[in-house]
Design a protein around this ligand. Structure first.
Ligand SMILES: Cc1cc2nc3c(=O)[nH]c(=O)nc-3n(C[C@H](O)[C@H](O)[C@H](O)COP(=O)(O)O)c2cc1C
Length: 364
């Protein structure tokens, strides 16, 4: 299988399966001399980890990262720093219960990659979905932690803004609130409604979709390139590659289709420092594939968890009709745990764009 690598100058390769001994990533192209410790990476991994509330899978994975290469420390480095060589990160899988999956070894679970892996490769690791499992996103989050080091002052954060039909009230948006509830919800009132919704959804043996919004602030004007290196195209591709993501929009996104030119114009005024001040951000921080200096804003539509207790119709590997319901441990709404993954992917894309911009122009 190829295509396990993305990025150009900041290049990430992930490896591993859900029920193998470990998974991880290799980050190549990280500049030297950046502080990087296990704790720096673990902080972000803990935010993606399973088992943190009753609304996410109860799989018990501590997701403890090991740095295998690419860092060094002596009395002149002021702590552990990157060396510029490939950074290899490994996370062991400790809570594997391959037996949970014996029932589905010959069944194709609707909404999963079971059928297409068989169709493509002629065999599949059915234990937890193997490589198609979102365990792989732990490696993305680890790589994202390295990207954040490259990005310095750029702040990247995500919030869940809709679960099922219940969206947040944007007038109550408070980033601090995302740390106070198990949903990364920026609106405390809506978080309470989601709690009821998700309890009822799980009781029904069902699951539900969500929308995550991710933003980067502090990105200067100029990152990204015409025409096949457009920043918005690279962001969309990276976010779309996250498991269960079925739609990505930037700025006004699909809503732009309903706007008039008057409404959509991000008008500009001269700021005190001579730099432009934009009066709105329908562009989501990107014009012509190049960052404008405004916040970069993207939204991801995430489908409901496919593994549900309610039986669904399917076929067996040898083409017989069958029913399947999925036991095992699953999130009722995978959108919640996708938020830290979205942050990590945006961080990796931006770190890559920053290094390429610097490489071509000599400026940051
Ligand atoms: C953080 C995260 C956790 C996930 N956990 C589950 C899960 O427990 N059960 C499930 O059916 N799908 C889960 N998914 C989604 C599947 O991995 C995904 O739907 C499947 O691999 C098919 O790929 P696709 O939906 O991208 O086409 C998760 C996705 C993410 C982002």
């Amino acid at each position: 299988m190829s295509h396990n690598t993305f990025g150009h100058l900041f290049r990430v390769t992930t490896w591993g399966e859900s029920h193998g001994p470990a998974l991880g990533c290799v980050v190549d192209g990280c500049p030297p001399g950046l502080p990087l410790t296990v704790a720096d990476i673990q902080y972000w991994l803990n935010r993606r980890a399973p088992g943190t509330s009753r609304f996410v899978t109860q799989r018990r994975e501590p997701d403890e990262v090991k740095i295998l290469s690419g860092v060094f420390e002596d009395d002149r480095t002021e702590g552990q720093v990157t060396t510029g060589t490939p950074i290899s990160l490994m996370i062991e899988n400790v809570d594997q219960r391959g037996k949970d999956y014996d029932d589905i070894r010959d069944l194709y679970r609707p909404g999963h990659a079971d059928y297409v892996y068989d169709a493509k490769y002629g065999l599949r690791d059915y234990r937890g979905g193997g490589r198609s499992s979102a365990r792989e996103t732990a490696a993305r989050v680890a790589a994202g932690a390295v990207a954040r080091r490259v990005l310095g002052e750029v702040q990247i954060r995500a919030a869940v803004v809709q679960i099922g039909k219940i969206g947040i009230d944007r007038t109550r948006w408070d980033w601090a609130e995302t740390e106070n509830n198990p949903f990364w919800c920026p609106d405390a009132e809506t978080a309470k409604r989601w709690e009821e919704l998700l309890d009822a959804t799980r009781k029904d043996g069902n699951s539900i979709g969500a929308i995550v919004e991710v933003e980067a602030t502090g990105v200067p004007a100029g990152w990204g390139a015409p025409v096949y290196g457009k920043l918005d195209a690279e962001i969309a591709g990276a976010l779309m590659s996250i498991n269960a993501v079925k739609g990505v929009e930037i700025g006004a996104g699909f809503g732009a289709a309903e706007l008039t030119g008057v409404e959509n114009a991000d008008e500009m005024r001269a700021g005190n420092d001579g730099k432009p001040v934009f009066l709105s951000n329908a562009a989501g921080g990107v014009l012509g594939g190049i960052s404008t200096g405004q916040p970069i804003v993207a939204r991801l539509a995430i489908k409901p968890t496919s593994s549900i207790l309610t039986a669904r119709q399917t076929i067996t590997r040898d083409g017989q009709n069958a029913d399947v319901s999925t036991k095992g441990r699953h999130d009722p709404c995978v959108g919640i745990r996708a938020a830290p993954v979205a942050e990590a992917m945006l961080a990796c894309v931006l770190a890559d764009a920053m290094l390429r911009h610097r490489g071509q122009t000599g400026r940051s």
